[in-house]
Ligand binder design. Sequence first.
Ligand SMILES: [Zn+2]
Ligand SMILES: [Zn+2]
Length: 137
Amino acid sequence: MRTTSVNHFILETLQDSQTHLNAHQVYEQVRQRLPSLNPSTVYRALERLALAGKISVSDMGCGAVVYEAVGGCRHHHLVCHGCGAVITLGDDLVRGWFAQVEAGHHFQVATNHLVLFGYCEACRQKGEGQEQSLWEA
Ligand SMILES: [Zn+2]
Ligand SMILES: [Zn+2]
């Protein structure tokens, strides 16, 4: 199987889904079009695509890392520990901060998909997010 077609289907799957998929979900979708596909081929291709900056890889607290296409619109997320809600942030806020970090520390930031964990408004009103709930969760 040619790597290029696997990469192509992976990118297409992630672009079409418009959301985060873990490696297994990507494999399930790509397999519908390439039935003889081996899961490890998909996992290796995902790693290569992430290294090449074509897709983002993030730990969003779901147990497995998730992948997402990095298209024209870079974005970042706030993830609620309480209910799992995912809030999407535009890149403008974060880009300014990254620029400061890069200038101040002579450090080139490669992160293209930042995930911050916390508690959403609804959960905070329910009293989630106190110190101990992090450990109880
Ligand atoms: Zn995302
Ligand atoms: Zn919440």
